[in-house]
Write a protein that binds this ligand. Structure first.
Ligand code: ZN
Length: 458
């Protein structure tokens, strides 16, 4: 082969391998301010809060009428509110604390109507239009979720996550965020997601711009009942299809793996190892575990992106069990099974994601893929995002779970990538001046002409 032929041959090889021309995506950069927030989380503090919540004896919904100052679900509620108020007192009025109280009527599963009361702490950001939620539930359950008298420790389900939410509020309260952060401890999860459902509907009715919900439920144990233990892994569950998903988008466009909740899951999974050394997210691409549910579903049901954090391997002899020893096996959700170091890492994972969301840029709005003609490229357009100084287009093979390729396109509102829309899934992220990214937004396909001048990319 002559040198000229060799060159042509090499060029031909490159030309038939488009992926070789794409820049592979890399891990997000570590932001020092966010790393400092994450480092403030203390295992001793989350463990002490968990133990304190267990000490209320029971946090069963039906202990509400027999609650005293030191026992029962409303004693726990008042203690949680007191912790938030102490944090709020350091924020110069930026954090407020409120109860979301209502009467839940009797249902087929419950003996009577019951008063529900969630604790909501809101840390106001400096921009309207962006709300991020970190949530947990503080009610618990023994062998009978309607029994308000028997002891119900609920150390893992879900004092663990209430402790995580309190600690996140503690370490984040001094920071001025762009987005507003709601730290929520819901009542009434165990019998039907009552507290979160009530609150999510209130947010939806007031058109609150909730862009992400990180729900934590059962995040404190590392020894699974099945004999498995992965103390460096946390699971994140996300729904496949968002509210109102339509068959055309799912079947013809292939949007079944790109709900806003799932993009949030990918975003969380990319950030956690950057800020929590040696800790990883195992993404579970389903709304929740079989036969179980969680408060994230209340938010998803009104159209808000939401994911659930849960420990890697659960122990079902601990959850929803009366405290007892049977055939030599200890049952019950006891504090002794909590691993404080793990609970602290779970908290750090939330702080890393929440801080990036609320400090970083808003996501691009109205992201569209323009279907004006048959072609070999992909044209995307979007609306300007608050705090963004540029945008990234990310894409992946249609059968790949995670983003693979990236193209930084500068501060433009439309761009064309030399990759066929037929062969890849695309998303658009915002970038701010310090390099923080928003979660990716999946483009809605539109059959229109491009109306504004585009940036054509090689
Ligand atoms: Zn739970």
């Amino acid at each position: 082969m002559t040198p000229r032929c060799t060159l042509l041959f090499a060029f031909a090889l490159l030309a038939v391998s488009p992926a070789a021309r794409f820049a592979p995506i890399s891990a997000p950069a570590r932001d020092p301010q966010i790393a400092a927030l994450v480092a403030r989380v203390q295992a001793a503090r989350v463990a002490a809060d968990d133990r304190r919540l267990v000490d209320f004896g029971t946090r069963n919904d039906f202990s509400e009428t027999s609650s005293t100052a030191t026992h029962g679900v409303f004693a726990a509620r008042d203690w949680i509110a007191k912790q938030f108020r102490a944090i709020a007192a350091t924020t110069g009025g930026r954090m407020t604390v409120a109860f979301d109280t209502f009467v839940q009527p009797k249902t087929a599963r419950t003996p009577r109507a019951v008063t529900e009361s969630s604790v909501i702490a809101t840390l106001r950001g400096d921009e309207p239009g962006r709300i991020y939620v970190m949530s947990s539930h503080y009610d618990d359950c023994n062998g009978d979720c309607t029994n308000g008298t028997r002891v119900a420790p609920g150390a893992d389900d879900n004092a663990s996550a209430v402790s995580a939410v309190l600690e996140a509020a503690r370490v984040m309260a001094a920071t001025h965020f762009h987005g507003t952060i709601i730290f929520a401890c819901f009542d009434g999860e165990e019998l039907g997601l009552w507290g979160s459902n009530h609150f999510a509907h209130e947010l939806a009715a007031s058109h609150a711009p909730v862009l992400a919900v990180l729900n934590d439920d059962i995040v404190g144990e590392t020894q699974g009942g099945g004999g498995l233990s992965e103390p460096n892994v946390i699971r994140v569950f996300s729904e496949a299809l968002p509210l109102g998903a339509n068959d055309t988008l799912v079947n013809e466009i292939g949007s079944e793996n790109d709900s806003p909740s799932r993009e949030l899951s990918r975003f969380v999974a990319s950030l956690v190892p950057v800020y929590v050394h040696g800790f990883h997210v195992r993404q579970i691409f389903r709304a929740d575990r079989f036969l179980r549910g969680g408060d994230q579903q209340s938010f998803q049901s009104v159209g808000f992106p939401a994911v659930r954090f849960v420990e890697a391997h659960e122990n079902f002899t601990h959850q929803h069990q009366n405290v007892r020893v049977e055939h030599g096996v200890q049952y019950g959700d006891l504090f002794r099974y909590i691993n404080p170091a793990y609970l602290a890492r779970a908290t750090q994972a939330n702080v890393a994601a929440l801080a990036t969301l609320a400090l970083g840029p808003a996501p691009p709005g109205n992201v569209e893929m323009v279907l004006s003609h048959l072609g070999y490229t992909t044209t995307l357009r979007w609306r300007r995002a608050a705090d963004a100084v540029g945008y990234e287009i990310v894409w992946r093979n249609t059968d790949a779970p995670a983003w693979q390729y990236v193209r930084r396109v500068g501060n433009v509102l439309t761009a064309t990538v030399d990759a066929s829309k037929d062969d890849y899934i695309f998303g658009v992220c915002s970038i701010d001046a310090r390099g923080l990214m928003s979660p990716a937004v999946y483009p809605k396909p539109v059959r229109k002409r491009v109306t504004h001048p585009g940036t054509s990319l090689p």
